[in-house]
Write a protein that binds this ligand. Structure first.
Ligand code: NI
Length: 195
């Protein structure tokens, strides 16, 4: 029986679409996403929608579970404002190497609006993944791209950046978040480190 739960809501749509982003705490952000069998046109369409949603937010990375789709799919674009877009569309990423050397970057997340913390991760990382043409690829990332990749891959295993903090700091952020009103969408204040 094919898994239609993933593509059926996306059928028969042509224009790119913004998808609603899930805000923490929410159980859908804690699941382990399942691999994609094959990158076909419905997956490509979904990745276009993910990118559209990410650019509109604005953010530099977004993973499928953040829009309620439990599949191992993520998109990233680290191009600076005023630069041409440079999207990365990544399916079924597997970490094949990570440096012992760590580096700290300030991270935010579209599922934790306006919350930021310095997170230490491997300075460099190499992954294998399927691209939008279902072709096997490898990518070695360093610096911000490495941090962003690891952050997005965490989402596929139900981890948020606050899960790398002490329980005290994590609870502080989650408490602040629960007191915020998200309805005004103050995206203008969002920093570029939001992924
Ligand atoms: Ni995130």
């Amino acid at each position: 029986m094919p898994d239609l739960s993933f593509c059926s809501p996306l059928k028969n749509r042509t224009a790119m679409a913004k998808l609603p982003i899930i805000i923490a705490p929410d159980p859908r952000l804690k699941i382990t996403a399942t691999p994609v069998d094959r990158v076909d046109s419905s997956v490509r369409k979904f990745m276009d929608d993910l990118l559209d949603t990410m650019y509109a937010a604005p953010g530099i990375g977004l993973a499928a579970p953040q829009v309620g789709v439990a599949k191992r799919i993520l998109v990233i674009d680290l191009a600076q404002k005023d630069s041409p877009v440079a999207p990365l569309q990544i399916v079924n990423p597997k970490l094949i190497w990570a440096s012992e050397e760590l580096e700290s970057h300030e991270e935010g997340c579209l599922s934790l609006p306006d919350q930021y913390a310095d997170i230490k991760r491997s300075k460099s990382a190499r992954i294998r993944y399927l691209d939008q043409q279902n072709i096997d690829r490898e990518l070695e990332a360093t610096g911000m791209l490495s941090a962003c990749l690891q952050h997005e891959m965490d989402h596929l295993d139900g981890r948020l950046f606050v899960d790398h903090l002490s329980r005290l700091k994590r609870n502080m952020i989650l408490r602040k978040l629960s007191k915020l009103d998200h309805s005004d969408g103050n995206a203008g204040h969002r920093k570029m480190s939001t992924f």
